[in-house]
Design a protein around this ligand. Structure first.
Ligand code: EPZ
Length: 430
């Protein structure tokens, strides 16, 4: 399996282009099947998760043509099956967005029940509650969710949990239901807004996305569109924290600064300087980092997908910091790996109490999941000596050309396979 080998100690300096938002892209690709006309999606991140979802869409009969590295053309007039194969859900949970899209368009859908994952059990009860409220008959049998409806009728739905996935899945189904739907306690993430804007560009009638009440007026059909996905606020935040932990000077380009406010404010708190431009943010962290406390919350709070990255930074900040994970129940697994690099963190329930140490030392570690893997790479960039990060396939699910972008900022990192290539790297970096 591929690994990253890293020699830490270089401050990251320079500019890095941020790609399209993975978590907007997955929902938008699924929603693209809701018309029989041709849809063109631009600024698509070329990562494992989006590529697997495109394969799942081809499997049910959609025609997918890649126009360039970040642009795809989709035509779903040939879809003949409404059942998604387990293989795809096993590889990416977000295949469940095909449930809302197919239910909305075809009034029937079969998608395997997604399992839990490394950060928690991740139920989808709120998704199913929304589909039932719209009049669908939803059964779970033989590991599949089977949803079907004579017709879907708009409804007043109150989410018990602020859920990005449920908000988006229900929004897709309601977009082609009869009548009006009001979705309360909705998630407000930028990617929820992006999916609503995408659906509206296809002729849907969705208002209020980005607030906690979304109003949807169902339409008969959706039409062709050409749409560009918003920048990935989590990829951007990851590179911003890479600057923090390496005492660097990094400008993330092609971003929407407004989407990064929770991350930017924490970087200011721990002693970094921030310069905001129209579509870029510059992070300069010349001094040692300061401790602070942070609690992950639904947007616009501090994102749970940035929790491992800020923990890696705070574990280097002299003093005590507290990180509280309020979204997922098992998102501190990586702390055991970080301890092997010298971090001093005590996890009690959903809280990590951090006793900041001056530095990390390189070690052989593994990535437990996508964001934790990226955070452990940041630790390697800051560490004395060589760090070997295994299971980089997790990281490649959501980060395009991660090691190349880091190298362009001065990081000493290579993707390697086997001892020989590791030795070659060691000889190269000395
Ligand atoms: C999305 O997951 C993202 N994934 C996650 O990013 C992100 O961490 C999460 O939103 C929160 O922002 C994608 O967009 C593909 P939720 P999602 O439904 O939609 C509970 C990454 O690294 N819940 O907002 O699954 C759930 O257990 C990934 O890119 C229910 O109880 O998250 C969790 O505690 C990791 N019932 C909370 O809500 C439900 O029906 C928030 O989950 C749905 C969710």
């Amino acid at each position: 399996m591929d690994q990253y080998v890293i020699k830490g100690g270089n401050p990251l300096v320079g500019e890095v282009e941020i790609g399209g938002a993975k978590n907007a892209a997955l929902a938008i690709l699924a929603a693209a099947i809701m018309t029989d006309e041709t849809v063109i999606v631009e600024n698509l991140p070329n990562v494992r998760d989006t590529n697997v979802l495109l394969q799942a869409m081809e499997e049910i009969g959609a025609r997918v043509e890649r126009l360039d590295y970040h642009t795809v053309k989709i035509n779903s007039s040939g879809i003949g099956s409404y059942s998604v194969d387990y293989e795809y859900i096993k590889r990416i949970r977000a295949s469940y967005y095909l449930l809302g899209a197919m239910l909305g368009k075809y009034k029937r859908a079969e998608v395997p029940l997604p399992g839990g994952c490394n950060i928690g059990s991740r139920p989808i009860d709120q998704h199913l509650k929304g589909f039932k409220a719209l009049g669908a008959d939803v059964k779970i049998e033989y590991g599949f969710i089977v949803a079907e409806a004579e017709h879907l009728q708009g409804s007043h739905i109150y989410l018990d949990v602020v859920s990005v996935g449920a908000t988006i899945n229900i929004m897709m189904a309601a977009a082609m239901a009869e009548g009006n739907t009001v979705l309360e306690n909705a998630a407000k993430e930028p990617h929820v807004v992006d999916v609503a804007n995408f659906l509206n560009s296809m002729g849907a009638n969705i208002k209020g996305a980005g607030t906690d009440v979304i109003r949807i007026k169902g339409v008969e059909r959706l039409h062709a569109t050409e749409y560009s996905i918003i920048p990935d606020q989590i990829e951007a935040g990851t590179f911003m924290f890479a600057a923090a932990v390496t005492k660097g000077d990094v400008t993330v380009k092609n971003v929407i600064p407004k989407h990064l406010e929770a991350t930017t404010s924490k970087l200011l708190e721990i002693g970094c300087e921030i310069e905001e431009l129209d579509d870029a943010v510059r992070v300069v962290c010349a001094k040692g980092l300061k401790p602070t406390n942070v609690k992950t919350l639904p947007y616009p709070g501090f994102p749970t997908d940035m929790q491992p990255q800020i923990t890696v930074a705070l574990a280097l900040a002299k003093g005590t910091s507290i990180v509280t994970e309020s979204i997922f129940e098992n998102r501190f697994k990586y702390v055991d790996e970080l301890a092997r690099m010298g971090a001093s963190i005590k996890v009690e329930g959903n809280t990590a109490i951090i006793d900041g140490v001056g530095k990390y030392t390189g070690a052989q570690i593994s990535s437990p999941d996508l964001r934790a893997g990226a955070a452990l790479v940041l630790a390697g960039l800051a560490a004395d000596g060589i760090t070997l990060v295994e299971d980089v396939h997790f990281i490649e699910r959501g980060y395009e050309r991660f090691e190349e972008k880091l190298k362009s900022l001065g990081a000493m990192i290579e993707k390697v396979r086997g001892e020989k290539e590791i030795q070659k790297f060691r000889l190269k970096v000395g």
